[in-house]
Design a protein. Structure first.
Length: 94
């Protein structure tokens, strides 16, 4: 599922390049900024969450043999959606 986010982000980044070719208006400039930044967020948020997961697994392995909490794939997808949601909320407030 995380790779689906990355693929959709890459696809959106590819499409957002064509928005830069539009005639500059307020709407097209807003669309440029939102589409490109959102695509970068969708690409990097799963990578950030996965890196955090790996760090937590290796850190917990030094202390105990118990499996750390919140490392299941569904939790990782939820965390990625939360990061993406924070970015969307930032755009709505900005």
């Amino acid at each position: 599922m995380k790779y689906t986010f990355i693929f959709l982000g890459i696809l959106l980044a590819y499409v957002s390049v064509f928005f830069f070719l539009l005639k500059p208006t307020d709407a097209s400039c807003l669309l440029n900024r939102v589409a490109f930044t959102f695509s970068v967020t969708v690409i990097y948020s799963p990578l950030l969450v996965k890196t955090n997961r790996i760090y937590r697994i290796f850190t917990a392995a030094k202390r105990t043999k118990a499996r750390p909490k919140f490392i299941s794939p569904s939790t990782q997808v939820t965390a990625s959606l939360v990061v993406i949601g924070v970015q969307v909320r930032y755009f709505c407030l900005y």
